[in-house]
Design a protein around this ligand. Structure first.
Ligand SMILES: [Zn+2]
Ligand SMILES: [Zn+2]
Length: 377
């Protein structure tokens, strides 16, 4: 009997893409699958025909041979549905239907599952972050149960091979008219069942235990940096390796300094007199106090840079600077005498001696004047 054209069987055009081929085959397979059409020879033949067409057209090299030479180009290469040569039916099956049932492998947790990673937020003071510190942290964890040596079975007994899956951990399940592999529901994939569970750990094989770890925080860390402690995460399942612990840095706000990368900033209040006459100030650094020379006629907001008094970055490179911004303070709680002195002082600033004493004031008034002139009030 002459074979029908594969494209015609699947009802697709000759330039159909991979997805279109799959879709067409899936539709036909659903319709003509023998499980859905028991004792229907015609349906079975249609199913075989569609499977064969799919097997050829889904394979790039077979499809190319078919396009060039027709059935002669691929003769004997197709399995023709069940059995036969070429790819087995389950291969096609897994390929086409895998996305419906969530992949070819069995679901659920298998054996030797790696433990989960844990995250711990470590709060540090700025000084600790800058200079480094060894910190003891307590994290929740598990350890192997000593009573049952981690088996989960009561003393004198041991876990038995699961009868449902015969220790395979996986079972074949009928899902509609398809057979799929799944994690065994009886033993949840472990392949073993515990008839009389250990009382100390309720059959878990492990017990909760807070553990104390010593974390060496290197100098120069900043918020967001993290340290990985390999193998300090959650215990693995059924002998799987443990996860990792990530210690995440969170640096607390400081009362004096703010940090921007490797530089530190601080504000230093100075009196109107020190600002005018100049002087020496004591400013704080993370290494203690240092002297800072203020020149005469220092204006408020001026930034003074103290080289290398910032932070040495944890990833290397030169230390940053400490930037001190001076803030000239207006005196408060003045006595009568102090007020008199200021008034007296004020009278000397009237410019009658031909000298300007307010460096910003003159240009500011000029700016305001020209602004109003332009507005033409
Ligand atoms: Zn136990
Ligand atoms: Zn089982």
């Amino acid at each position: 009997m002459a074979k029908r054209d594969y494209y015609e069987i699947l009802g697709i055009s000759r330039d159909a893409g991979e997805k279109e081929i799959k879709r067409a085959y899936r539709k036909l397979a659903m319709k003509y699958h023998p499980d859905r059409n028991p004792d229907d020879t015609e349906a079975e033949n249609k199913f075989k025909e569609a499977s064969e067409a799919y097997e050829i057209l889904a394979d790039q090299s077979k499809r190319a041979a078919y396009d060039q030479f027709g059935h002669a180009g691929v003769d004997g290469q197709a399995g023709g549905g069940f059995g036969g040569g070429g790819a087995s039916f389950s291969d096609i099956f897994g390929d086409v239907f895998g996305d419906i049932f969530g992949g070819g492998g069995a679901g659920g947790r298998g054996r030797n599952t790696r433990g989960a990673d844990l995250r711990y937020t470590l709060e540090l003071d700025l000084e600790e972050a800058v200079k480094g510190k060894t910190v003891q942290i307590k994290i929740p964890g598990h350890r192997e149960c000593e009573v049952c040596d981690g088996s989960g079975a009561e003393k004198g007994s041991s876990p038995e091979t699961c009868g449902t899956c015969k220790g395979m951990g996986q079972v074949r399940m009928q899902q509609g008219f398809f057979t799929v592999q799944q994690a065994c529901p009886t033993c949840r994939g472990s392949g073993q069942v515990i008839k009389s569970p250990c009382k100390a750990c309720h059959g878990q094989g492990r017990v909760q235990e807070e553990k104390t770890l010593s974390v060496k925080v290197p100098p120069g860390v900043d918020t967001g940096d993290r340290i990985r402690l390999s193998g300090e995460g959650e215990m693995g399942i059924d002998g799987g390796p443990p996860g990792d612990l990530y210690v995440q840095m969170a640096v607390r706000e400081h009362s004096i300094f703010t940090r921007d990368g490797r530089n530190l900033y601080c504000e230093v209040p100075i009196s109107i007199v020190d600002a005018s006459l100049g002087g020496e100030l004591e400013v704080p650094t993370l290494d203690g106090r240092v002297k800072l020379k203020i020149p005469p006629e220092t204006q408020t907001g001026k930034l003074f840079r103290l080289r290398n008094k910032g932070v040495s970055p944890v990833r290397g490179g030169p230390a940053g600077d400490l930037l001190c911004r001076v803030i000239v303070e207006t005196p408060v709680n003045l006595t009568k005498r102090q007020k008199e002195l200021l008034e007296e002082f004020q009278q000397t600033l009237d410019g009658s001696n031909g000298t300007e004493h307010g460096p910003k004031k003159t240009s500011w008034f000029e700016g305001v004047k020209s602004f109003f002139d332009e507005m033409k009030f």
